[in-house]
Design a protein around this ligand. Sequence first.
Ligand SMILES: O=P(O)(O)OP(=O)(O)OP(=O)(O)OC[C@H]1O[C@@H](n2cnc3c(O)ncnc32)[C@H](O)[C@@H]1O
Ligand SMILES: [Mg+2]
Length: 438
Amino acid sequence: MRADGRKPDEKRPISIETDFVRTAYGSCLIATGNTRVICTASVEEAVPPFLKGKGQGWVTAEYAMLPASTTERKKRDGIKKDGRSVEIQRLIGRALRQAVDLKALGERTITLDCDVLEADGGTRTASITGAMVALTCAAERLVREKKLPISPIIHQVAAISAGVIDDEPCLDLCYQEDSHAQVDMNFVMNEKGEFIELQGTGEGRAFTKKELDTIMEYGEKGIRELMDAQREALGDRARYIAPKPLLLVATGNEHKLRELQEMFKDYYTLAPMTAVGFFGPIEENADTFAGNAAIKAEAVCEATGLPAIGDDSGLEVDALDGEPGVYSARYAGEHGDDEANNDLLLSRMEGKEDRSAAFKCALALKIPGKETIIAEGSCPGTILTERRGTGGFGYDPLFLYEPMNKTYAEMNAEEKNQISHRSRAAEMMRSIMSQLLS
Ligand SMILES: O=P(O)(O)OP(=O)(O)OP(=O)(O)OC[C@H]1O[C@@H](n2cnc3c(O)ncnc32)[C@H](O)[C@@H]1O
Ligand SMILES: [Mg+2]
């Protein structure tokens, strides 16, 4: 029987309150049982001297206990930090560096400060679990403030203790248990169940392989539960842990960006080329959609060194011998003047009996060092004699999709994405990509 009546493999109740410190870039208050730690993440646009000019960032940690966090007042750290705190903060730094792609972080430093409000055992493991949450909050903010195109967090990290008390293996020791534990272990692990650090000591006596196996099993179970709690506390921000790989969209057209983001969200995090500071212009001088799509993707990939997808699309009207075609965006002269383009199309179509047309889309995917991949899609429709609907962009209000008796502009995003020329090209691209991956 444990001091607080828990089962051997039962961890203490956990709660994590995010954004606990409003002035911090990211923060949380984590409580595991009576142990409570404030974890904050601060971002500095600089790296330590040994990393200057190396094109990577740094993650470091500091740990301290508040004077009243233990029953006997703990003296504040003076100029010389106490040895235990130094050892613990190094552990926290090592653990959380494993969560981050330091190259993707860029030349900046994230400092994770873990300040113990109340210490009832397991403060180092609570610090690591809480620091992961504060770090993720900071990553979300770096992306939101457009300092990074994608979260640099590649792994979820959590930590818990386990040990042997009165010859019985137990999970998540409180102070009373910890102080007379025969064996004391700390587990730091990632979401794949891999070990980042194991600290284990037979303090009261040596321990057997069998005991170790049981402790290990408890530790793994505890870590999984902690990771659920971290994700729950983060809510929507949990997406910033191990995001899908980055794919830049080589377009200046926000509507296209939004449609493509939806279509590739299971594979990639799509960000506009401007998110990494590329603004073009890109000269679209090919005479096919596929040619122009390739020009766009290749220009952005070349300039940034990152994978990029380009979209070139347009409307082909049969009675106009395929016009406006590759000139769709600048049909009436000025690039992207949708109103003028639609007016010109209506006037050219006056008196025409055959009103059949098709929207065409070519997508080009360029991954550094690989051949450009092209996928195409088209959607048949009819040109109306007047505009219908207010959604979408470009020629959407004049393009009737007969099977739904709706123009593109009368459809919501989901409906358009089910049948559009772009979604058909995306479907072909996804199938090429999955063949390449398998
Ligand atoms: O070149 P980027 O920067 O990607 O953006 P853009 O708007 O210039 O794009 P295009 O050169 O491919 O021109 C496509 C034009 O075709 C039209 N178009 C393409 N897809 C469309 C869609 O889904 N709905 C309505 N019009 C579309 C619209 O007028 C676009 O401006
Ligand atoms: Mg264009």
